[in-house]
Design a protein around this ligand. Structure first.
Ligand code: NI
Length: 161
């Protein structure tokens, strides 16, 4: 496994649309392992493949609960319910946080890394993470949909070495 470079704000690739995954091969499994490791290294809740420079419809999410990291290949949001204001950040926009409107609940479908198609009903943070990451796959960034006047810069904690 390896930490991959995260593409940052201003990188044109972040505006590109990712392509459907056709086969789940060893190369894809390595990408997924690397994405999980990279997400964990930077304490992210989610990461899309485009953020490490790969235009494939793959996302990883970890809410740091007992479920562990989940991998969503070719995810599709089928239904959304409600709307609320939430705080959001993105590993491609380090130290920047803002409020956005997100659905309270989503029903989504995706293929897991074992190749099984799964339907999930998600709410709150999981729903938010799925929406944020699926936006990445469509070249959409949270910074373009923030509620005006809510952007905050938070100084990073000093590295503990
Ligand atoms: Ni993001």
């Amino acid at each position: 496994m390896a930490i991959r470079n995260i593409r940052l704000e201003g990188d044109e690739i972040l505006k590109k649309k990712s392509r459907e995954v056709e086969t789940i091969d060893e190369k894809l499994q390595i990408l997924i392992d690397d994405m999980i490791e990279t997400m964990h290294k930077y304490n992210g809740v989610g990461l899309a493949a485009v953020q490490v420079g790969i235009l494939k419809r793959v996302i990883v999410i970890d809410l740091y609960d007992d479920k562990g990291p989940i991998t969503l290949i070719n995810p599709v949001i089928l239904k959304t319910k409600g709307e609320h204001e939430v705080d959001e950040g993105c590993l491609s926009f380090p130290n920047q946080f803002a409020k956005v409107l997100r659905p309270e609940e989503v029903v989504a479908e995706y293929t897991n890394r074992e190749g099984k198609r799964i339907k999930v009903k998600a709410k709150d943070l999981l729903a938010q993470a799925i929406c944020h990451e699926v936006d990445h796959l469509n070249g959409e960034l949270f910074m373009d949909k923030i509620i005006p006047g809510t952007l905050e810069y938070v100084e990073p904690e000093e590295d503990k070495k």
